[in-house]
Design a protein around this ligand. Sequence first.
Ligand SMILES: Nc1ncnc2c1ncn2[C@@H]1O[C@H](COP(=O)(O)OP(=O)(O)O)[C@@H](O)[C@H]1O
Ligand SMILES: [Mg+2]
Length: 608
Amino acid sequence: MAKAQPFDIDREETLSSTSFSAMRRLLAYARPHWSSFLIVVGLVIVYNLTQVVQPWLVKIVIDQDLLAHHPRLHAIAVVGVFYLLVTFVGLVSNFIQNRRLQLTGQTIIRQIRQDLFAHIESLSMRFFDTHETGRLITNVTSDTNRISLFFTNFLLSVIRDGFSIMLVMAAMLLLDWKLALISFIVIPVIALISVLFRNKLRYSYGYTRSQLSRLIGYTAENLGGMRITQLFHQETKQMDQYSKLNQAYTVGNVNEFRWSVLFNRTFDALGNFSVALMAWVGGLAVLHHAIQLGVLYAFTSYIRQFFTPINSLTQQWNTLQSSMISAERIGGVLLTRPEVVEPPAPSTTDASLGRGRVAFEHVSFGYQPGQPILKDIHFQVEPRSFVGFVGQTGAGKSTLMALLTRFYDVQSGAVTIDGVDIRQVGSRDLHRIMAIVQQEVNLFSGTVADNIRLFRADISDRAVEEAAEIAGAAEFIRVMPGGYRSWLTAKGSNLSLGQRQLLAFARALTLNPRILILDEATASLDSHTEMILQQGLTRIAEGRTTLVIAHRLSTIRQADTIYVMDQGRVVEQGTHQHLIELGGYYAELVHRSGPTADVSGAADFPLD
Ligand SMILES: Nc1ncnc2c1ncn2[C@@H]1O[C@H](COP(=O)(O)OP(=O)(O)O)[C@@H](O)[C@H]1O
Ligand SMILES: [Mg+2]
């Protein structure tokens, strides 16, 4: 099970055993690419050999040719050509190796990202209740990138640098083992200094990064709420807060930069010092004819060749750690199983759910354990009837519909359609027979027609237009510059709330659902548009079971049955007339809504 991870930027980034199992899981993605990795290792070996051979060639030239009594120019030329050849081979193998590794790494990451996205889409609503969108976006984008560093940086460095250090050491030992042993003294010193600095760097890097996420988070939140900010004149306050975060981020950056400059220069100085030491010790040896000049040259080159791989290797711990943490986060998401499970063998198809009799049988449900929201809901809606639900905000009306659409599963009791428990119905079949229109309408980037048919190619233009006509959306679509081809943005800012809702109606109607759910679907409509829709509603509802959560009483006055909800229970039910005569909670709601409520029927009074 995934831990619920709030968007916590300060979370202590440490490794646990789950990181390792998550990493192992992600490593499985690399398995199909083993041959590519093998090629990379081969090329790395070739490249490293070329690097070690070069100083050796120069040494040969110096000792055997240049310093010989009769320099053999011909031999020097031969070695020179060979040197060029080696350089060329090194260049090519390095290029191919890098390219191959990047390609493989990116292919693996693409697959992980793909699976992750598909998996998130398959998860149940409760997952989205407990996981912030911000964190999920990070998971899909930057966490996957950090994992790709494992393949492209960590693995490469461990193989290339490890191998390179060993080769250089071997070459030095072969040339002159005594001098080699002396120079090996500096290796632990370099490594130690690297590690010490790395820790410092890592800390300041982590600090800067968390400051950056705060800044980004704050900016995003602020831009999202710009209307409120300006309306309530919060600009100065918001600006102060922003300045603080901005300042902290700047300090972090400056700090990080200082440490990294300090580290690089120290490292350089250490390199120069080692070469000087070598020149001194080796120079003395040359003067005493203990070694040849070429050997000294080769040693000074080799000692420089130590620095790069050691530096890069010490960096890898950070890479490993950060990619394992990302792996753990992604693994956590990938290991989350959908809570609402598909029946293994659906006993029913949508065809056999013919009539649309909806029943709640002693249903209880809560979002959190111990906090029941719906308590023993028990009623049955006849096929093709039109029923309404009223009750104050928070009474549990929308939750009831979320159970019917199976965004969540009931905790006890059952929701049935035509006597079949909806847990026995495949979600595709279930959702083919029902449609829901809510107050909040999600639009996607695409044309008006795309948004009505939701990109389903099997729905013809004609069907789209017909649905729009019935929903009452056709009128405003016709006057849009592009008609049905007008482009809509995801935020839908080029449509009014009411227009968006009419689109949602049309969208629901393209399904020709047997069960239609309207959850305060007319709340954003102005009274004129609502009246148009109201007149159409009889036509829309015809031949289907229609469940309407009413925002205004007028919408459900004519309902076959009205269910009155209070604190998760159905407290009254019956026709409008019956409930008024009952003189109970419903009558009170109606009374509270306005003096004209039960006479005109056309009154415009919110029930909640
Ligand atoms: N996704 C959710 N997670 C946790 N609690 C929720 C969630 N959705 C609704 N609730 C809670 O359930 C109760 C009923 O909400 P809801 O069904 O939306 O009421 P209504 O639609 O009647 O206004 C409320 O107390 C609300 O806070
Ligand atoms: Mg609601």
